[in-house]
Ligand binder design. Sequence first.
Ligand code: PLP
Length: 376
Amino acid sequence: MDAAVPFFDLGGMTQEVRSDVDAAWSTLLGTGHFVGGAEVDRFEEEWARYCGTAHAIGVANGTDALTLTLRALAIGAGDEVVVPANTFIATAEAVVLAGATPRFADVDPDTLLLTADGLAAAITSRTSAVIAVHLYGQTADMDAISVTAERAGLAVLEDAAQAHGASWWGRPAGSLGRAGCFSFYPGKNLGAFGDAGAVVTDDADLTERLRSLRNHGRVSGSHYRHGDIGTNSRLDSVQAAVLSAKLPRLDAWVEARRAIVGQYREALGDGPMRLVATAPGAEHACHLAVVEVPDRDAVRAGLGRLGIETAVHYPVPCHRHGPYRRFATGPLPVAEGAAERVLSLPLFPHMSAEQITRVCEAVQQLVHRFVVSDGV
Ligand SMILES: *Cc1c(COP(=O)(O)O)cnc(C)c1O
């Protein structure tokens, strides 16, 4: 059999930027500036422009982007923060790391994203903020969520770690709330050659507090005065150079992802395996190609036998993980049901036509078996 179709392969993207990164790193090695500095300033400007915000603050990773934003907004002990139950654990983890209490909300049965109703059901008198997660690359309904949040006096943050290049009615992910938090982990739509992250915002005060918190609470312009208990969450210039080299290609890479998902949609038809729906107004960044399918584990094994690698995002909803159970307030049936059915198909911008065809054919073969024999 041919080599397996990998779930994800960074190689094509790395190859495209390799000579640009070599040149940028060669210059950097000469300057000896490896943390912060001009490369970081430059990427922050580029990223803010891309997201349509006034400011971007580079940090060490996406989890820190969320944690430091909560801390910068003085959200901590005694505060509750609503997060969707269907997300990567880091969304809830950041709330706990900031000293606040996560409250889990159920998600929309079609998009599997946070909804205004799910948010409303999770709000108490102690709720201070909500983190809307643009999971899989699709923005949540930020209009409805913002209305509900505003009524309850909540800060709205975006976890846009999977949504580089997504938009909501034409407005970029990250620009839709008080602050947008990004991860540039290598596997994200825009990925560094290591860990990196950023916060984008229009809020100048928040920007200043984040710049201080990420750098040991230093007072702006001073090396030896510490006005806050901060941390070390700086962005490396070596990573900023990679991100600047990749950014001009991001839109084309997102387009390539969308085209592949379009082919999957066609291959799946209206069979029992269906892609998670895209809502009107959401321009999907296609970070992940997630389908829902009955007998997910059997289907996954079947695809594996046909040489198709898949993944599951996520097999356990946040409130069902041991350390987070104490924050659960009751069952969240949509998120719990989805966790049993979701399956992520291979997706990366440089998938070959042959790889895409193999996934489509394997999927059709399995779906056919479903229809004919009602099982796999
Ligand atoms: C990747 C991710 C994060 C965390 O980012 P790190 O850079 O790994 O800390 C947070 N939220 C979501 C939804 C993610 O996918």
